[in-house]
Ligand binder design. Structure first.
Ligand code: XLS
Ligand code: NI
Ligand code: NI
Length: 440
């Protein structure tokens, strides 16, 4: 059966095309620096937003009109798989991602839940035999069901810890079965609401223990993929333990987990933490911890995770700058952890949204690549730090000096001269590159 009857395969038609259902900038075959756009960008569709969510918000029920809405239970789960692979093919995306709970309904027991998952996983596996779309990552939903009211691995309740371990164990098996390229941990309720009832030390120690057990089991079954922590400062819990990349990194270092993990960085989570998207990418990159990206955007007027499709070209440019500087995403990808607005409820909107996101990152890629090629920022930064390439600066970076020598040097200084950081000039330059790329 066909779910998206009004939509054909989306092709690259170039910037002058008037066809809304075409790519204007994302040309999967276009080669940039020896790699195709498809290989560099590694786009992924998020199952939960596109096939599972219905547009429910705290003030009203779902609005999404979906061709699978008349199915129930396992039939619904199966219809979603069919619809998913139709959309993947029509969008020509190389990857998708899911939570266990997105693909199959929970049963009344854990055993039943496993059976539901197994049925759908074998269906997905069949589809994957003929589809080009691969699994970027899977994860366990440990936040929706009321059992996670006090957290999962950080719950005060050891039974919940055990249940969560079982879910992740199953998730690792599923990831292996489907050839997932990564496994993600987003600690939805791994945090706390009030210190008055919280043993923070025990909760964090338990989370460390949980991750070690996950690492051990993955090794045992030969599922050797990067584990990714997805930082988020708040929502749903008030204080989340994996607040941002820096906090996550300190956690991983403290619990000796750093070699097994990288980060999955989500744009809207960065802004919720009071950072820019590119800040989080930079912190991960310079520490060798950039694993994958949840590509979306927030709203500067709203203080929660709006998960909009990314359309801000300035942001996609600076994000792609970090990604290219990282030498690409490796096994990671750009996963659209993004949802159409509640008012964009027609099935066709799912395509418009993904096209918008894919074109926006394609533009970002082109601009960032040009900025790097022309060394626009590199040359400026190199010059700005040139005081560390000779004299006292070189002694500092080479560890050849100490406070006494530095004091002697400082006492001998007659004048300290700084030079301008040229922030406005650099911003204008980035704009110029953006506009030049767009006008070609
Ligand atoms: C929610 C998170 C979630 C993760 C996967 O804010 O972004 O969707 O990506 O659990
Ligand atoms: Ni996410
Ligand atoms: Ni989000």
């Amino acid at each position: 059966m066909t779910f998206f009857e009004n939509v054909n395969r989306i092709n690259y038609e170039g910037p002058s095309s008037k066809n809304p259902l075409s790519f204007k900038y994302y040309n999967p075959k276009e080669v940039i620096n020896g790699e195709t756009m498809e290989e560099i960008l590694r786009f992924s569709v998020a199952y939960w937003h596109t096939f599972t969510a219905d547009g429910t918000d705290p003030f009203g029920v779902g609005t999404m009109v979906r061709p699978w809405n008349n199915y129930k239970g396992m039939d619904l789960a199966k219809a979603r798989v069919e619809a998913a692979f139709e959309l993947f093919e029509k969008l020509n995306v190389p990857f998708f991602c899911f939570h266990d709970a997105d693909i199959a309904p929970e049963g009344s027991t854990l055993k039943e839940t496993y059976a539901n998952i197994d049925t759908i996983v074998s269906m997905i596996k069949d589809y994957m035999k003929t589809s080009k779309t691969k699994l970027l990552w899977n994860t366990a939903n440990m936040f929706t069901n009321p059992r996670y009211v006090h957290g999962a691995a950080t719950s005060n309740n050891a039974d919940v810890f055990a249940y969560s371990a079982a879910k992740v164990k199953k998730g690792l098996e599923v990831g292996k079965e489907l050839g997932a390229e990564n496994y993600v941990f987003w600690g939805g309720r791994e945090g706390y609401e009030t210190l008055l009832n919280t043993d923070m030390k025990l909760e964090q120690d338990n989370l460390g223990r949980f991750f070690h057990m996950a690492v051990d089991y993955a090794k045992e079954i030969g599922f050797n993929v990067p584990f990714l922590i997805e930082p988020k400062p708040k929502e749903p819990t008030k204080h989340q333990y994996d607040f941002d990349v820096a906090t996550g990194l300190a956690f991983l270092q403290k619990y000796n987990l750093q070699e097994f993990f990288k980060f999955n960085i989500e744009a809207n989570h960065a802004t919720l933490a009071g950072h820019t998207f590119e800040h989080e990418l930079r912190v991960a990159r310079i520490n060798g911890m950039l694993g994958s990206v949840d590509a979306n955007q927030g709203d500067s007027l709203l203080g929660w995770d709006t998960d909009e499709f990314p359309t801000d070209l300035y942001s996609t440019t600076l994000a792609m700058y970090e990604i290219l500087k990282n030498g690409g995403l490796g096994k990671g990808g750009l996963n659209f952890d993004a949802k159409v607005r509640r008012g964009s409820f027609e099935p066709e909107d799912l395509f418009h949204a993904h096209i918008a996101g894919m074109d926006s990152f394609a533009i970002g890629l082109k601009v960032a690549n040009k900025l790097i090629e022309d060394k626009v920022l590199d040359d400026f930064v190199t010059e700005r730090y040139s005081s560390y390439t000779e004299g006292i600066g070189l002694d500092i970076v080479e560890g050849k000096t100490d406070f006494k020598k530095l004091e002697a040097y400082a006492l001998g200084l007659t004048e300290i001269k700084n030079s301008s950081g040229r922030q406005e000039r650099l911003k204008a330059l980035v704009n110029q590159y953006l506009l030049e790329t767009l006008s070609k």
